[in-house]
Design a protein around this ligand. Structure first.
Ligand code: ADP
Ligand code: MG
Length: 240
């Protein structure tokens, strides 16, 4: 839980973020401007598509930043979610599109509900799977496991990709940290932010040239409700 605090203060480092935004959003916008100019000159609709995807990129970056700085502004409700169901459909989507990596699932604990924002959690697992794919240079495997204990729901995503050097582990989740030519470095920033917002934790184990495993833990729905009751009672007690 301490990890959360250090990461959140990391995320709040304004100067670093401002420089990153300026750089990362300027690039796609400059590209859009260029493609609009080409469109004017050549009237070829392919430039519209490229401009559109560059704009989406810029919006994604701003969306992630907005999420980190003002997560409560988002109005998506918290609902009861069975992550096995979400993980099933997400992995199916990935497997249908990417043949070079085989996905192995062990989603044996249905009925373990958490309280969460469904679309945000989908994006979380989408980002983690995407990173896992991008870490595997040729053929490889991704293992996804869904477990539950009395109090917690635990999901792990393990790849046998390039791994992360020890000295870079601490950079994960920092806005704009990327080692990819076309990376935004906002994926894990968003992932960490959403998980903390759900009172969850995320841990990473990695070995260079062996692979990486992310383990995410959420309180079970029943546990979340109990936590809310405690907070409520404490509030009531202090108003006296
Ligand atoms: P991006 O994917 O745009 O680079 P992310 O925030 O998703 O941004 O990831 C940040 C960096 O963390 C990546 O560039 C990569 O170096 C590292 N990383 C994340 N996930 C993995 C993984 N599964 N295996 C190896 N490296 C990873
Ligand atoms: Mg990514």
């Amino acid at each position: 839980k301490k990890r959360n605090d250090t990461h959140l203060s990391h995320l709040a480092s304004v100067g670093q973020i401002a420089a990153g935004i300026a750089h990362e959003v300027k690039n796609p916008l400059t590209a859009v401007k260029g493609f609009l100019q080409l469109l004017k000159e050549r009237n070829d609709s392919k430039y519209i598509e490229i401009a559109e995807s560059e704009l989406e990129n810029a919006i994604d970056i701003l969306q992630s930043l907005l999420h980190v700085s003002k997560p409560d502004l988002e109005d998506e409700p918290y609902v009861s979610i069975d992550l096995t169901v979400e993980l099933e459909s997400l992995t199916q989507l990935f497997q249908d599109q990417m043949y070079r990596v085989s996905i192995h699932k062990n989603l044996q604990h249905p009925g373990s509900y958490i309280l969460g924002r469904k679309n945000q959690l989908k994006k979380v697992f989408f980002n983690l799977l995407k990173n896992a794919f991008e870490a595997i240079p040729g053929e490889g495997a991704i293992h996804i496991e869904h477990m539950s204990t009395e109090d917690e729901v635990i999901v792990s995503i393990q790849d046998n990709g390039v791994g992360i050097p020890q000295e870079k582990l601490g950079m994960l989740g920092t806005p704009f940290f990327t080692t990819k030519a076309n990376g935004t470095g906002m994926g894990l920033t968003f992932v960490f932010s959403v998980i903390y917002q759900h009172n969850g934790t995320i841990e990473v184990q990695s070995a260079e040239n062996a692979g990486t495993k992310f383990t995410i833990t959420f309180p079970k729905e029943t546990k979340s409700i109990k936590l809310k009751e405690v907070v409520y009672l404490e509030l009531e007690a202090t108003t006296d």
